[in-house]
Design a protein. Sequence first.
Length: 604
Amino acid sequence: MKRNLQKLKFLSFGLVIGLAGKVNGQCTVPGSVTATPSVICSGATTSLNAISIGSSINWYTVATSGVPTGTSASGADFSISPVNTTTYYAEAFVAAAGSGTNTYNYTGSSQSITIPTGVTQITITAYGAQGGSNPLGVVGGLGGMATGILTVTPGDVLNIYVGGTNGYNGGGAASNPSCITCGAGNGGGASDVRLNGIALADRKIVAGGGGGAAGNRVNGLGRGAGGGGGAGYYGGGGGAAWPSTSTVLPFGGDQISGGAGGTSAYATAAPGNNGTAGSLGFGGNGGMELVSNQGGSGAGAVGAVGGGTVGSNGTYSGNFTGQSGAGGSSYIAALISGSTTSGVQTGDGQIIINGLIPVGGCTSASRTAVTVTVLPIPTITVNSGTICVGQSFTMVPSGASTYTIEGGNAVVSPTISSTYTVIGTSSAGCNSQSAATSSVTVNAGPIPTVTAVSSTSILCVGQTASLTASGATTYTWNTTSNNTVIAISPTVTTTYTVTGEANSCTNTFTISQTVSACTGIDNKVTSSIGVLVYPNPNSGLFSIELNNGSIKNIEVMDVTGRIVLAKTTSNDKIDFNINTLSNGIYYVKIQSNNSVEIVKVVKQ
């Protein structure tokens, strides 16, 4: 009793160890699932991490099913660089130990296995049985081989048929096999695997059996042909006829039907001398001599890619030599990396299946999600342009919040054509992956010296002045005019800009036109000493009267104080003509009898 209790404790301890990381036979659902950092810029890398003690982690981008993006150990970082915001799912798993290789030998009946959980592909290698020997020991043809990868689903049932040298699973029967001097061997049985059914149409892979040895009256030296070659589909190889002088040799099945049996040309031929045709999955029977019951063997059983090889004649030259049966064809349906080989298997057939996972692995019942937010990176653009030597160019980038410009300054003054790079950073801190380029073309032509001269320095409201540009070839005013001279009538002091172009280079000049309301000036102005000035405003002609009979010194000045006209007279009335002067405001200084008076005069 004590020994049994110790054994039970040991088994319990082993069970606990074996189920580490499992709950009720399932792996523990991952916990502490993180992404560091969880917010990244597009193209950057983040590290995923999850914990399920005793398990490994499969990372998916779907909540169920799907194919893992990658695998990591529990608690280990898994690096990834998503382009867009993505939710990742952590699934715990424990891989089962062992290669999962099952070998199936001839038993004379079908065998089966159910595809376990977690298995989606298996590799199958099938060998057909060798053809039967005749009573004198001449061996039959070798069985064929077929191999490939079969896609399966957990729960699928594989029904396995392993061919025998006795003809099990489709081998054609021999004629009079008990005759020691004249009997032939039967065709070898095919080996095949059928998916979720037992009908011949359910077969996914078939290795054809070899042809049986021929029989003859004397020593039965004819040997069967190897199985598994050619281009047959489902049809079995045809049976051999008796004797060797047959008009038609037996051959393997084609894509549609079984191979034809051999036809006898023997003088006393009867239907029994002919071999029978093959059919779906079965080789034909060999023919025989009705008198002595001797003849060819049956063909091996068949499946699908590869027709059996044509049967070979016996080596004895007498009239009583039979022919061996044709070998059966092999079949690999829609298997991945499938191939067939003829004439390789001795003895009974065999089937080997790799990829069946033994019991012991597990996956978690659900997956744990974590989201990685991916921020877009900015796309930067920047302007380009043309300047002349001596001018400056201002780069204006866009597409981001802040920018780094080559050289550090957005305003550049290159002396030759140059390019400048600009990178940007978004408000979230993501840098542009590529730089924008500003191309500045420098024109070597001289920059024109542009001036705008006004016809008057001061205008009264309602008056008109002219602005004249010079120093370039063509001009563009901010009034949209392209003339050299433009007329203006501003009501307030106004700034005018003209851009001149010459030799593909431009320059700009700005002028401010002063405007006065010219209010508070009478047509006839009387000064404090009795001086009359009229008309005021005037068009260039005005008069001054001072009736004191004394000498009068009179000076006319512009707004800068420059004397533009002067007179000395004792006349009481003096006329002035300033038509040659520009329109605007002038000041008249009158000095007489130690008195001085200044009067403002407006020329319109």
